[in-house]
Write a protein that binds this ligand. Structure first.
Ligand SMILES: *Cc1c(COP(=O)(O)O)cnc(C)c1O
Length: 401
């Protein structure tokens, strides 16, 4: 069988448009395609491969658990899930964990919990959910409806009701929207898909205060920012604003699908037996890999390393920009970085991605105007330097037409 990009067109639902390159192997921050060509990976599987490809701790966890027990369903609990939940709660504000298989599912659980909590504790009319323009919370119908891009939720018929959107970081607009019927506010501490746009501390604090005033729950979607990505275990820990519910996925499994919703004992008590659930959620195989990823990332060596690597990355991007003036700003935190197009390159982020791929470097975009970098949290400094050298060539190609 010829396995190539044409086969994709013939057998796959056309909802993606993947690159022509088909990787077959990865190690650390390097990938090899079917022809043995080597690439440097600054994409990290969209902020998922927090320890790069095939990290020994994850391979060992996968192999060890894979020979013991894969799946039971939630009719029975299991050791890896309970150990991981204990570690997540010991390291965060949360007391309780619900496991899912993806970010969207973790957010779906968060939204359903918030609705239950508000309706049962306060009133059947307390159902309004506020989220932000350009936010991204996943692709289930509830989460796309809450997400701030109508293009992802339009055209599927009636949407879940009572969801409103506010401009991100707009304190006055937010004050005008929140009221006693607000059930929850869902936000990303740094908007990822929306363009690597951090919430200002003042904005996050105001949202927290107004949520308290109106008995609304604050849900932080840390699917992209969580598990060390910003140089902190979770981004809320450096923002100085603690949510009531937090969702985490992407890097949580280091490449193995898993998601989780974290909350307090009081709020968690509104999910009673049978209220919500998942067949695969919290399976021992996913949780064993996630536990190994968590143990590896949640150390001063790795978290401080992210901060140092971020500096190296930023200064490298800045040096490239000093020469080519393609970007108006380098923003983000830790190893969640975005290069924002300058006016001359407005809307052309994808051109930089394609040029980078030609030079055997994998990067991402966030929208049409930002080139996004979400490499492994333990990417060697030499790979950052080598990758940036390739990126400079790509930038030169685009700038010189
Ligand atoms: C990726 C992402 C999601 C969706 O996660 P899936 O695992 O694709 O369902 C939700 N929220 C944010 C902030 C994300 O970056």
């Amino acid at each position: 069988m010829q396995v190539n990009r044409e086969l994709f067109n013939s057998v796959m639902v056309p909802n993606y448009n993947p690159s022509e390159v088909i990787p077959v192997k990865g190690q650390g921050s390097r990938i090899w395609d079917q022809n043995g060509e080597e690439y440097i990976d600054f994409a990290g599987g969209i902020a998922v491969n927090c320890l790069g490809h095939c990290h020994p701790a994850l391979v060992n966890a996968l192999k060890t658990q894979g020979e013991k027990l894969w799946h039971l369903s939630n009719v029975m609990t299991n050791e890896p899930a309970l150990r991981l939940a204990k570690k997540l709660t010991d390291s965060t504000f949360a007391d309780k964990v619900y496991f899912a298989n993806s970010g969207a599912e973790a957010n779906e659980a968060a939204l359903k919990l918030a609705r239950r909590y508000a309706i049962e504790k306060f009133s059947s009319s307390k159902t309004q959910i506020i989220s932000f323009t350009k936010s991204f919370h996943g692709r289930t119908f509830f989460t796309v409806t809450v997400g701030g891009q109508a293009a992802y939720s339009d055209g599927f018929g009636p949407k879940p009701q009572d969801v409103v959107h506010c401009d991100f970081n707009d304190i006055e607009a937010f004050k005008a929207l929140i009221n006693d019927n607000t059930c929850a506010v869902m936000m990303e501490p740094i908007q990822g898909e929306g363009g690597i746009l951090p919430a200002t501390q003042e904005f996050a604090q105001t949202v927290r205060e107004l949520c308290d005033k109106h008995n609304a729950l604050l849900i932080f979607d840390e699917v992209q920012t969580g598990v060390g990505r910003t140089g902190h275990l979770y981004a809320y820990q450096s923002l100085g604003v603690t949510p009531d519910i937090l969702s985490t996925a992407k890097a949580l499994g280091g490449g193995f699908p898993i998601g989780a919703m974290l909350t307090t004992t009081e709020i968690a008590s509104y999910l009673k037996v049978g209220t919500h659930g998942s067949t695969y959620g919290g399976n021992p195989l996913a949780c064993a890999v996630a536990e190994a990823a968590f143990d590896t990332v949640n150390t001063p060596a790795v978290l401080d390393g992210v901060k140092a690597k971020s500096e190296l990355f930023r200064s490298g991007l800045q040096a490239i920009n000093d020469k080519y003036h393609a970007f108006s700003e380098i923003r983000g935190e830790g190893l969640l970085l975005g290069a924002v197009m300058s006016q001359a390159f407005e809307g052309r982020a994808r051109d930089f991605l394609l040029a980078a791929a030609k030079h055997k470097l994998m990067v991402l975009v966030a929208g049409t105007n930002v080139v996004r970098f979400t490499p492994s949290l333990v990417i060697p400094d030499e790979d950052i330097k080598a990758g940036l050298a390739l990126f400079e060539k790509a930038v030169a190609d685009v700038v010189n037409g």
